[in-house]
Ligand binder design. Structure first.
Ligand code: HEM
Length: 194
């Protein structure tokens, strides 16, 4: 266990993946400026994000599991502050799952309107609030967690790289469905009509 860096290694993996998420989430946010004409790009980045977010949730979840299992070094490190533990983190995790889950479902079903779109938008509103709080309370920790030399760094970098490779593969494999989705909205706004 120690050769992976233990609890400090876990903190560093969470931070490495967080640092990858920042530009990807910014790019996804940029597509919202004109989501109907950028639907393919929106869906591509969204699918790319799925494995990266999954690693982030797994790494953060591992800390929680180890803490509640009574692992000494995780107990010594302590849990996040009470408000984060009881409110921000659960709302962020739940809204992330609904946001990405509905996004994937819309792509699979080829839907661009209806109640699933409503749920996707509603979960986004909740997610923005929770994520904003998460970002503001966590961004200061990033540098502190990224800097130290903790054993197992190559494993952590490999895990982060693999999540990106898996994301690109997933997004590329689902490109035909994205094309179909884009055709759906482009038809409504008058582009791409045959
Ligand atoms: C979809 C996006 C994200 C989700 C779902 C997510 C989720 C979580 C969760 C559930 C935790 C554990 C609870 C906590 O400590 O607050 C956590 C920890 C953390 N997150 Fe995020 N996060 C996301 C993006 C980001 C981004 C963009 C940053 C960049 C600032 C970030 C930085 C951190 C840091 C530094 C920690 C604490 C690591 C530790 O002390 O172990 N997260 N994240």
């Amino acid at each position: 266990m120690r050769r992976f860096g233990g609890s400090r290694g876990n903190e560093q993996l969470t931070a490495i993946v967080a640092a990858l998420l920042v530009p990807l989430l910014l790019a996804e946010a940029a597509t919202l400026l004109n989501v109907r004409s950028l639907l393919t790009v929106h869906a591509f980045i969204g699918m790319l994000l799925v494995p990266v977010v999954a690693v982030k949730l797994a790494s953060a979840g591992w800390r929680m599991v180890r803490y509640y299992a009574g692992s000494e070094e995780y107990v010594r490190r302590g849990p996040p502050q009470l408000a984060i533990r009881l409110v921000v983190a659960p709302v962020l995790v739940a809204s992330t799952i609904v946001l990405f889950g509905t996004g994937v479902a819309l792509l699979a079903l080829g839907q661009t309107q209806g109640s699933l779109v409503g749920l996707h938008k509603a979960s986004f509103v909740v997610w923005v609030g929770a994520f904003g709080l998460h970002f503001l309370t966590r961004v200061g920790l990033l540098w502190r967690a990224l800097r130290p030399r903790v054993p197992g760094i190559s494993m952590r970098l490999a895990a982060a790289t693999l999540s990106i490779v898996a994301g690109v593969a997933l997004a590329t494999l689902t490109l035909p469905s994205m094309d179909h989705l884009q055709d759906g909205v482009s038809g409504h706004v008058g582009f791409d009509e045959r």
